[in-house]
Design a protein around this ligand. Structure first.
Ligand code: AVJ
Length: 317
């Protein structure tokens, strides 16, 4: 059996164009957040994770490093470890030695990014079979046929679930529950509700990396859709919407302008925004109740001492 395989379940090309045309036709114009994460966007996101204001990665890393033995004692070793949105697979490295999975299935929407991350990973962990899959996890969680049988554990760190609204989050968790099946588990990192100034700072880093990440969508519209618009005609905006319990990220048009895509014309007023991302925050009781509506019961959860971030372990019920 091969120790490394690659499978491509990539969404059809043209999907970015369709999504932009659809989103710009809406009252509040929007572009689905997943389009932020092409290869360039994924690299910019990694750079966000190094910014001092963006606390989730460092807090989650510290927690995983501290908790890995306890987590392994609850999950056991030898599971099939699945990670949607694995990106550079940095987080999973913290638990691989403790969890000793029978195989690892990293999934990511950017195939180039996934391949380079997988190549590095298999060099570092020669004992680990890796079956990489290019997947848009907002639609499905296909498991490559090479993946061996065995109890599954889905690892979903980084508060990636925060990109979904609560309804979509429930749907995703139900899909995850189907994927891990009866004897499956879910290990998930989710950002908490907290002091608004900490939240606002996390999405408005002083170095401007989050702004560059957001503006990557303008970059993509120019390069991939031939839209004639200037990078500097848009401005990054991010703020906590307390009523909705989420950070909202927008691209605000600095002036009145028209965007032309394939014969469609969309006019933007000065100050009008494209909504580009949501990042929902959950109290532990809110999240445990959401997961339980999707077929998961809590085994245990942990919150760091400053209340900044939470990690949950669930099992199928
Ligand atoms: C990758 C969705 C977890 O919501 O915190 C970070 C994305 N956007 N800064 C988040 C993000 C701007 C991030 N997630």
């Amino acid at each position: 059996m091969e120790n490394v395989t690659y499978s491509d379940y990539k969404p059809k090309t043209g999907s970015f164009r369709d999504a932009v045309i659809n989103g710009l036709s809406s009252d509040q114009k929007f572009i689905p957040a997943k389009y932020l994460y092409n290869e360039r966007g994924s690299r910019l996101f990694d750079k966000i994770c190094e910014q001092p204001e963006y606390y989730p990665p460092s807090v989650e890393r510290r927690m995983l490093a501290q908790l890995k033995e306890e987590i392994a004692s609850l999950t056991g070793t030898g599971r099939i470890l699945l990670e949607p949105g694995a990106g550079n697979a940095a987080k999973v490295r913290l638990i691989l030695d403790a969890l000793r999975p029978a195989a690892f299935v990293p999934m990511d929407i950017s195939f180039d990014y996934l391949k380079s991350a997988t190549r590095k990973l298999v060099k570092e962990y020669p004992w680990l079979p890796v079956h990489a899959a290019c997947v848009d996890y907002t639609h499905s969680l296909p498991i490559p046929e090479q993946v061996p049988a065995g109890p599954r554990l889905l690892f979903f760190p980084g508060s990636s679930l925060g990109n979904f609204d609560p309804q979509e989050a429930g749907d995703f968790l139900a899909m995850a529950r189907d994927t891990v099946r009866e004897d499956g588990m879910l290990l998930i990192g989710v950002d908490t509700k907290k002091n608004e100034s900490l939240l606002n700072a996390a999405y408005n880093d002083a170095a401007g990396v989050t702004a560059e990440f957001n503006l990557n969508l303008v970059h993509r519209m120019r390069n991939e859709l031939d839209v004639d618009c200037n990078l500097d005609s848009f401005e990054h905006q991010a703020f906590y919407n307390a009523d909705a319990g989420r950070i909202e990220m927008h691209l605000v048009s600095k002036r009145k302008q028209e965007l032309r895509i394939n014969g469609h014309r969309f006019s933007l007023d000065a100050g009008e925004s494209l909504h580009t991302e949501n990042s929902y925050k959950y109290l532990p009781e809110e999240f445990i109740s959401l997961a339980s509506s999707s077929g998961f019961q809590e085994i245990k959860h942990w919150v760091d001492s400053d209340g900044l971030f939470a990690i949950y372990l669930f099992e199928s019920c």
